[in-house]
Design a protein around this ligand. Sequence first.
Ligand code: FAD
Ligand code: S2G
Ligand code: ZN
Length: 469
Amino acid sequence: VDSAFLEQIEAIVGPQGLVTDPIEAQSYLADWRGAYSGVARLIVRPSNTEQVSAVMTLCARAGIAVVPQGGNTGLCGGSIPDSSGDQVVMSLTRMNRVIEVDPLNDTITVEAGVVLQRIQDVALEVNRFFPLSLGAQGSCTVGGNLATNAGGTAVLRYGNMRELTLGIEVVLPDGRIWNGLRGLRKDNTGYDLKQLFIGAEGTLGIITAAVLRLYPQPKAVATAWVAIPSTHAAIDLIRLVQSQCGDRLTGFELMSRVSVEFVAQHIPGCKDVFANAYPWYVLMELSDTRADTNLSEMLEQSLAQAFETGHVLDAVVAASKAQVNALWALREGISEAQNHEGPSLKHDISIAVTQIPDFIATVGQRLAQIVPDLRLVTYGHVGDGNLHYNVSKPIELDSDRFKARADELTEAIYQTTAEFNGSISAEHGLGVAKRDAARRYKAPLELELMQQLKRAIDPNGLMNPGKVL
Ligand code: FAD
Ligand code: S2G
Ligand code: ZN
């Protein structure tokens, strides 16, 4: 790093705004799975928007690219620098102030480095609810949630991060600060600019703060773990529960047998709920803002009806908060558990909800032609038509042989997704992992429009180059 540049950066962020210790630097230079790693010219941790702006202005003048980073829990390598050593990693994690909580206007204004779990907790303190919920909530940040338009397990009731956001503040590639921190529910004064940066994965600007929506706090919750005979039964079941319980249905997660087996084997404290093994499981949850709603009874009635029609083989309704947490731990443990079973291929596809059974059947057959006995860790957010079709290597096949077929397997999954008019990335974004696949599967006109937007906002290509496009 040329010392003049370093001195100028240090003059802006101070010594505590630089990560120079090589051991500490490691956690900024590789993703949590170790699937991506890179080299940074510098790792800088600004403590406020003005510092972000000053650093970005300096980098823009010097023609130095910047990789924004939040909790580094992303799954597509979007927050990791390349191997050139030219790029500056800008971690927003020091910017973790809750700026304002307004329970009457139902908004919370936070800096980009605030961890998701903390927002959920702050909302509960004022008897409100922030619904975004995903396995990485203990370390992912609002900035990353916005940049990836994060989804998670409550989307079927509350939507993605896009729907939960009213305003954002962004530092543009030339260092200018756009303050769009408005808490207005309606504002039709031209293009909805915040939507350009939400989901842009740091390729158009650095999100430094946001105004998020708060919701009434659910006072009653009922959670069930259900064994079902097939994926068709899952679709009939979600339709039954939604018709009977309406938008009280706030979670409906499908899991294959293998997914549950892995968690029971590798995640301490997690064990199979039923004595028998079943092919598919659903974790479903009802919530209501009235404490006196008897949701368990409502859930049991729907399940009893589904039992009668053969859509449910076994079911348990949690009888305590501890049991609710244990059931969610089973679901949220799948990601971690799969890491203990050798190499795996992650996919995050979406199709029409009703097409989930046919998709799973079709792609399963195609993959078996390529590599037999794959272990299919298939799970996901049924209400969003979103499957994590994560494939683990067959027990007998050695890792290198499996890895040698990886591209073929992934291509078969994406090809099938395209045939089902689906998306090759439902919630995790493109990063570097799916950038090239997106070029193959998105319409040329869409790619051209995105390139035009990129050139308009980041003409020198300094924002997170090589990601998304
Ligand atoms: P990072 O990983 O640090 O960055 C992600 C992307 O956002 C990068 O491109 C980065 O450049 C950009 N970025 C980060 N901060 C900013 C900023 N302030 N301004 C501009 N760009 C920025 N995701 C889901 O959607 N749904 C899930 O159910 C889900 N489950 C998960 C479960 C586990 C166990 C794990 C490990 C991850 C899961 N994820 C899920 C993926 C990940 O948690 C989300 O993508 C999350 O939103 C990333 O937030 P982060 O702060 O870690 O961002
Ligand atoms: C989830 C996590 C990522 C993965 O758990 O809902 O988004 O595929 C996924 O391991
Ligand atoms: Zn997910």
